[in-house]
Design a protein around this ligand. Structure first.
Ligand code: WT7
Length: 684
């Protein structure tokens, strides 16, 4: 366990994002339009009284009751093996049944998914609940034929195509634990996750469109299988969907005996029905890998009952989803946002969820608004990075199209108030509410947000805690930082909630040490009050109770809403032969919020050159993926270090961000700081 403690206590976290956070002034309130309030799922402020601490944990039965259970639970929350919380113990259900089958009775012919391909000339595909039912059953039959069963793991490395939710729901039908790896990650990154989860089957696709190019995605499967094999994990089967059924769109050949086209397999299972398996509420539904402080990504394990109830409840009250809405979340299903708020939450509520294959500004920044107009989207969900980009390249585009949102979400990073206002005025057209939802891969669903028909929005703040969530801001000595004090601290959640992840796959000690050890009052306690959840974010709370999230306090950099561990980046750079030392720091970026800058010191005998820079860039793209590409790589004469030899990331981050380096007199080599500053700041 000691090794893992550096997830939270490593002193190099002095470069953390929260330290370079821009401090905005307090903004005014934006009350919800009357037209929104009149139709909202939650419009009576009394709903808060149902979720006060004296009604906890039973208050969450309001969420569980949104689902259909084969067997009701005996115990709402079991804390006996703290902090491995168990929700809805004794209950049995199936996520696939809840997202598909049960809607057949009420609205079989309504679109469950609408797929919008990136090429604008290609027709969109509406998949009704009945069609989804057929597809999910047929693919479940394929998985069953391969011998996969409840508790086995399966890895998907899939882009934004409807085959991905079909595959997820097929796995969930049988209790197979799915692990979807974001398609933008490299084959090697997928391979690490295959090995960690112990998957023997990989599901992929030949190609997909991104910014006008039909990418060869199959090539990544070959790299993934090879990388997994190096870690001792054999992949027996690679199932390849075809982007254009009947026609192969990749240059990479199929591997005899290992690779199989899904449409060939499906032929033998036409119309086959696979009964959903009644699973325990506490059984795992999926793993979602995310970055931490140490090198190895963490497979966050989410439960069937707790997770599904939490995403259904928050989709209803915070996304304000009704079955007759057309809901579009422009995130990627490869991230938790897509799992919770493209697939499981919206489909559990029986609404129509839009899946867009491509980038928001392809072929131009009017694309999202044309899609919204054409499909009649009325709930829109995206990230500050996408909003910043659309505002930058197409500020006047929204006004050109006749679309009307009632509700909009921003998620994943802090949003600047002026960007928020552009979103509100131009995209929302003064008709829509905005929720700024704060949460994490680990938390399954929203932790902080306004209730859109009840609370006014305040640009730059996520709002108060979500229903049934009791946060507290703590300082390093476990003292509470009071609301309205203007002081920042570590935001923690005092209580378990149904959506919280169950453990890190295969690393239970790391789970406890990273998230619960820091503020635990007694390691033997089975009282949840002794186990505050440490979120890893810096935050302030205003006198009105609204939280402002400042960013990560650990060695994680949130680039465009995607978490990258500094150690992962540094280990990738260190694979380049000439590199002696590497340090990754966050730098403020106009569009992406934060980006990575990489500082490199070379081994003796090597001189800085564009070739070495290119090698570092390539190493990062191979190990992690293009999303991790640094904004700049600085090859410096030496790293500023403490006397014990530790690289001072705080000083480097200050150089990149033109902020004050603070006291450097205790460094072993203070003279190097000035040299680096001159080199970097004159080049910028
Ligand atoms: C980190 C979690 C939220 C799901 C997608 C990202 C940051 C998230 C907000 C927000 C400011 C936010 C935090 C958090 N973050 N939402 N509304 N305002 N910061 O999930 O990849 O697990 O990242 O994203 O720093 O810890 P993730």
């Amino acid at each position: 366990m000691a090794d893992d403690l550096d997830d939270v206590t490593d002193e190099s976290s002095e470069s953390s994002e929260a330290l370079i956070a821009v401090h905005w002034r307090e903004e005014g309130y934006y009350p919800p339009p009357a037209s929104f309030v009149a139709q909202a799922n939650a419009s009576d402020p009394a709903i808060r009284e149902q979720f006060t601490e004296d009604k906890y944990p039973d208050c969450f039965t309001a969420y569980a009751d949104l689902l259909t259970w084969y067997k009701k639970w005996d115990t709402v929350l079991d804390t006996s093996n703290a902090p491995f919380w168990k929700w809805w113990v004794g209950g049995e259900l199936n996520a696939s049944y809840n997202c598909v089958d049960r809607h057949l009775e009420t609205h079989p012919n309504k679109a469950a998914l609408i797929f919008v391909p990136e090429p604008e000339g290609d027709a969109h595909q509406a998949i009704t609940y009945r069609e989804l039912y057929v597809r999910v059953n047929e693919f479940a039959a394929v998985l069953r034929e391969l011998g996969l069963k409840a508790g086995d793991r399966i890895t998907f490395h899939m882009p934004m195509v409807p085959e991905l939710p079909v595959a997820m729901l097929a796995a969930a039908r049988l209790g197979i634990i799915h692990s979807q790896v974001f398609a933008g990650f490299s084959g090697t990154a997928a391979g690490h996750r295959i090995a960690d989860s112990g998957s023997t089957v990989l599901v992929t696709i030949d190609g997909y469109y991104r910014s006008g190019d039909l990418l060869d995605h199959k090539v990544k499967a070959d790299e993934a299988v090879e990388a997994a094999a190096k870690e001792g994990q054999q992949v027996d089967k690679v199932l390849v969907f075809r982007r254009y059924p009947g026609q192969y769109s990749a240059k990479t050949p199929m591997v005899e005996g290992r690779d199989v086209f899904v449409d060939d397999l499906l032929a033998a299972h036409k119309g086959e029905i696979v009964e959903p398996v009644a699973l325990k509420a506490t059984d795992p539904l999926f793993l979602m890998y995310t970055s931490g402080t140490t090198g190895r990504p963490k497979g966050c394990q989410h439960s069937i009952g707790g997770y599904l109830s939490y995403v259904a409840g928050t989709s209803k009250y915070y996304q304000d989803i009704h079955p007759d809405d057309t809901y579009w979340c422009m995130a990627d299903i490869g991230w938790i946002t897509g799992h919770s708020y493209i697939v499981y939450g919206p489909l559990a509520l029986g609404t129509t969820s839009v899946i867009y294959e491509g980038t928001p500004n392809y072929p131009d920044a009017g694309r999202p608004w044309r899609i919204a107009r054409q499909l009649g989207v009325n709930i829109f969900h995206t990230s500050p990075t996408a909003i910043r980009m659309l505002r930058k390249v197409g500020p006047d585009e929204p006004a050109k199209y006749d679309f009307h949102f009632k509700h909009m979400t921003t998620v994943g990073e802090p949003i600047e108030p002026e960007v928020w206002r552009w979103y509100y005025d131009n995209v929302g057209k003064d008709e829509a509410v905005i929720v700024d939802t704060w949460w994490q891969t680990e938390t399954g669903g929203f932790l902080g947000s306004t209730l859109p028909a009840i609370d006014s929005a305040k640009p730059g703040s996520c709002g108060p805690a979500a229903l049934g969530i009791y946060p507290v801001i703590l300082d390093e000595d476990s003292n509470e930082v009071p609301a309205g004090s203007g002081k920042a601290g570590n935001i923690c959640i005092r209580n378990p909630w149904p959506g919280v992840f169950q453990t890190i796959w295969g690393q239970p000690d790391r789970f406890v040490s990273t998230y619960y050890a820091k503020y635990n009052k007694d390691p033997k306690s089975t009282d949840w009050r002794d186990w505050p959840y440490f979120a890893g974010d810096g935050a302030t709370q205003a006198a009105d109770g609204y939280f402002r999230i400042l960013g990560r306090v650990d060695d994680v950099i949130n680039v465009a809403g995607h978490r990258l561990g500094t150690k992962e980046l540094e280990s990738a750079a260190l694979t380049v032969n000439e590199v002696a030392e590497a340090a990754a720091v966050p730098v403020v970026d106009d569009v992406r919020g934060r980006m990575v800058e990489m500082y490199i010191a070379l081994k003796p005998g090597f001189d800085a050159s564009p070739e070495i820079e290119a090698k570092v860039k390539a190493a990062i793209e191979t190990d992690i993926g293009k999303i991790a590409r640094p904004k700049n790589i600085w090859i410096v004469p030496d790293m500023p270090k403490t006397r014990s030899g530790k690289i001072m990331r705080r000083v480097i981050a200050a150089t990149s961000n033109f902020t004050d380096t603070g006291d450097i007199t205790t460094l072993a080599n203070p003279e190097v700081v000035e040299k680096i500053r001159e080199q970097v700041q004159t080049a910028k």
